[in-house]
Design a protein around this ligand. Structure first.
Ligand SMILES: [Zn+2]
Length: 176
């Protein structure tokens, strides 16, 4: 059963970085622990749910997750912006990497737009190449959106690309 609900959770940026930094930067971060505000949070994933989705979708899931974490999504339009690399997360804690070490400092954000893509969830369509390809690959990458959303308009297996998967993450984790 596909379950995207509460895939996206909040956690301390300090903890997120401990999971993602390489060993040498990780040990610098631990040295700086007393200088870091561990109450500053950001979004991350529920690891158990993430593992299941990665088994089901493989690379497509990781691409979608990266896009979700690095985009602004509104009305089916995904604007991808690099906002979630290690430099940005460290910057939120007031840290920068200099000469391979972590020091206190200000990170200059450069959130420039990478790509804009508009998906059509009502017609379950994305104009990207990946989507077109999933048709021609005998519908290899497919999903039944019925199990992941409240709408019952999609009854059958449909092709999927990482943009549509990103939208499913978005829809199931941005309920007001
Ligand atoms: Zn697509």
């Amino acid at each position: 059963m596909l379950d995207f609900n509460q895939l996206i959770i909040h956690d301390s940026i300090y903890n997120i970085l401990l999971d993602t930094l390489d060993d040498s930067l990780k040990s610098h971060l631990i040295e700086l622990e007393s200088d870091v505000d561990r109450s500053i949070t950001d979004i991350t994933v529920n690891k158990d749910k993430s593992l299941i989705l990665s088994i089901i979708f493989g690379k497509l899931y990781f691409k979608s997750l990266q896009l979700y974490l690095n985009s602004d999504i509104e009305n089916g339009i995904i604007k991808s912006i690099v906002k979630r690399d290690k430099n940005n997360l460290l910057g939120k804690l007031g840290l920068v990497i200099k000469h391979g070490r972590l020091i206190k400092g200000v990170h200059n954000y450069s959130n420039h737009l990478q790509e804009i893509i508009e998906v059509d969830l009502n017609n379950w369509y994305c104009p990207c190449y990946e989507y077109q390809e999933s048709y021609s690959n005998d519908m290899k990458l497919t999903i039944n959106p019925l199990v992941t959303s409240n709408t019952n308009q999609f009854q059958n297996l449909k092709p999927i690309c990482h943009h549509l998967l990103t939208m499913l993450i978005h829809i199931n984790n941005n309920k007001d």
